[in-house]
Ligand binder design. Structure first.
Ligand code: HEM
Length: 544
């Protein structure tokens, strides 16, 4: 190579080597690619994955769960075909549907430490400031929020503190029902019960309600109405958007899901920030803000500034998110328990008769029910339990995401798979319940179930680390509302309608709503003297 520099010689030698080995290189690349494909193929072949329907390219099993059939019914159908554990791919997201008590125990107890987290979720991230508890992944923030909620807000003493405001709100609703049903007018009680459940909670959270223009400043009343409107819009929206199933498409917001959530969040934020400022202002005017803490928001603002408490410095966004969680998780669940119980009582008049007889025996007809009576109303309690069995407000648990590769029921489960327990399926499983579709409150009495019922057969509040922290409050409010309604009112069906005509069909949505809300006729049941107790509206004025 006369006249060539050393590096030019190297380049020429390399080119000639390349020419000679061209084919070898292509073959090596192809072999590498093939190895990767084969390894991937064999890896998933080696994994023993749970059964499930055939997948479509890209969209996976989305067609199996799309449409207007409620998710728990789709899951029930899939369980009948593939068994108690079904694997689905919803776009890029892997999910497991669990439909037996044994496997529910495995997810919610034996492997609770692995399955107690939540997957990321656009709705929570956008509408709940990405800071709420319901959708919080497992970690220090989750533990702190859960502790604050359970100990500081929903402890027995704190719940007792709001006894009078609950009584006023429920009696106010009873009055409205009797008034609006006067003269044989047909009523959709469900709508009034939604407002009632919401206001019971807003009284505890902000010490505000939205019915009375006399008690509250107009601005405060409008704030509550606005929150109710925004909150209703939020709950009416679907739980996930295209960006949840296909994270790579999220930035395009193809279905406008994120844009819509952002609009609601901005308005909620403005409204909640104003209420927080008003509470701060009021607390600053008190001699000892702690001594006079009167509602949940006051309590949280006190913790925020208490250097000795671990919640010290809790950001405002965490406070807003926690309060929204209480409204979101508490309102519908409580309302639905009362609504489905009433529906079943109207469908089974002999059960209604027993409930009212028990109320007359325990309370009598000369006074109204008090929360302290609840412990003596065993039959009414059994009606509520049986209602939650057949109509659990959350028919499927919130998603529990698996934080590492594991096995469930002998099947391999990959990290980041979301598991849903179909509570509706467990509660109607003929292997666990005698005549599961029959509404029979008696099954809860006289220890009838003690020897028959299996563990994890009945989970209306979930189980494990993510079990509902509002169970006691939700049960108390729902049982008390039902007791007041059954004690003070006579309900009957519109002319020409028979109990058998009542439809138990369920509407598509996250919670278990009635597809055909019940229309009822109502009249007072007690002698007029029983209603002379301090009128609830007046009592609310004096209390504020
Ligand atoms: C009858 C009424 C209620 C029923 C049937 C009910 C049911 C449930 C269910 C099934 C879950 C999901 C459990 C899981 O993911 O495994 C849940 C979670 C939750 N509930 Fe309730 N609930 C009721 C009332 C309430 C009330 C009144 C509140 C608030 C005061 C509340 C607050 C929550 C919260 C914050 C969570 C999320 C807990 C977490 O992720 O750690 N619930 N509830």
């Amino acid at each position: 190579m006369v006249g060539l520099q050393a590096d030019e010689v190297d380049a020429l030698q390399f080119r000639s080597w390349l020419g000679r080995h061209n084919l070898d290189i292509v073959a090596a690349c192809a072999a590498l690619l093939l190895t990767l494909i084969v390894r991937r193929f064999f890896r998933s072949e080696r994994l023993r994955l749970a059964p499930g329907p055939r997948k479509w390219p890209v969209i996976g099993n989305l067609p199996s769960v799309m449409g207007t059939t409620p998710a728990h019914l789709n899951f029930l159908r899939l369980a009948a075909e593939y068994g108690p554990i079904v694997r689905l791919e919803l776009g890029a997201v892997q999910i497991l549907v669990i439909s037996s008590a044994e496997l529910a125990k495995e997810i919610l107890e034996t492997q609770d430490h692995i399955f107690a987290s939540r997957p990321s979720n656009i709705k929570a991230e956008v509408a709940f400031f990405g800071r709420d508890l319901l959708f919080a992944p497992l970690g220090d923030r989750f533990r702190l929020m859960r502790k604050v909620l359970a100990v500081e807000l929903l402890g027995t003493k704190r719940i007792q503190q709001f006894r009078e405001s609950r009584r006023q709100e429920v009696l106010y609703t009873v009055n409205r029902i009797i008034e609006e049903g006067h003269g044989g007018r047909e009523l959709i009680v469900e709508e009034l019960l939604q407002e009632s459940a919401f206001c019971v909670l807003t009284r505890m959270i902000f010490n505000r309600t939205f019915y009375s223009t006399e008690q509250y400043e107009k601005e405060e009343e409008n704030q509550m109405k606005n929150i109710h409107k925004l909150f209703s819009a939020l709950t009416a929206m679907k739980t996930s958007g295209i960006g949840d199933s296909f994270p790579s498409l999220r930035k395009f917001d193809l279905d406008g899901f994120e844009g819509q959530l952002t609009k609601i969040r901005v308005q909620l934020d403005t409204c909640l920030s104003k209420i927080i400022e008003q509470h701060r202002h009021r607390a600053a005017a008190r001699a000892d803000p702690r001594a006079e803490s009167s509602d949940f928001l006051d309590v949280l603002l006190c913790l925020q500034t208490d250097a000795s408490h671990e919640a010290h410095g809790f950001p405002d966004d965490d406070i807003k998110a926690l309060l929204l969680d209480i409204l979101l998780a508490g309102t519908d669940a409580t309302r639905l328990l009362v609504v489905w119980a009433m529906c079943n009582l109207m469908k089974h008049p002999h059960v209604m008769k027993k409930v009212q007889q028990e109320l007359d025996d325990v309370v009598g007809r000369e006074r109204l029910v008090d929360e302290s009576d609840m412990k003596n109303l065993a039959y009414l309690g059994a009606v509520a339990r049986e209602t939650l069995r057949l109509h659990p407000g959350s028919p499927v648990t919130v998603a529990h995401v698996c934080t590492k590769d594991t096995q469930v029921g002998g099947y391999d489960v990959r990290q980041n798979t979301s598991a849903f327990v179909n509570l509706y399926a467990l509660h109607r499983d003929p292997k666990l319940w005698d005549n599961p579709l029959e509404f029979r409150p008696e099954r809860w009495l006289h220890g009838e179930l003690d020897h028959k019922r299996k563990e994890f057969a009945y989970l209306p509040f979930g189980a494990g680390r993510r079990m509902c922290p509002g169970m006691n409050l939700g049960s108390l409010v729902a049982h008390f509302t039902l007791a007041q309604l059954m004690h003070t009112c006579n309900f009957s069906l519109p002319v020409g309608m028979k109990p058998d005509d009542i439809s138990l069909a369920e509407k598509f949505g996250v919670v278990l709503s009635m597809a055909h809300p019940l229309k009822l006729l109502v009249s007072p049941r007690l002698p007029p003297t029983a209603y002379t107790e301090q009128a609830p509206l007046q009592a609310r004025k004096q209390c504020s």
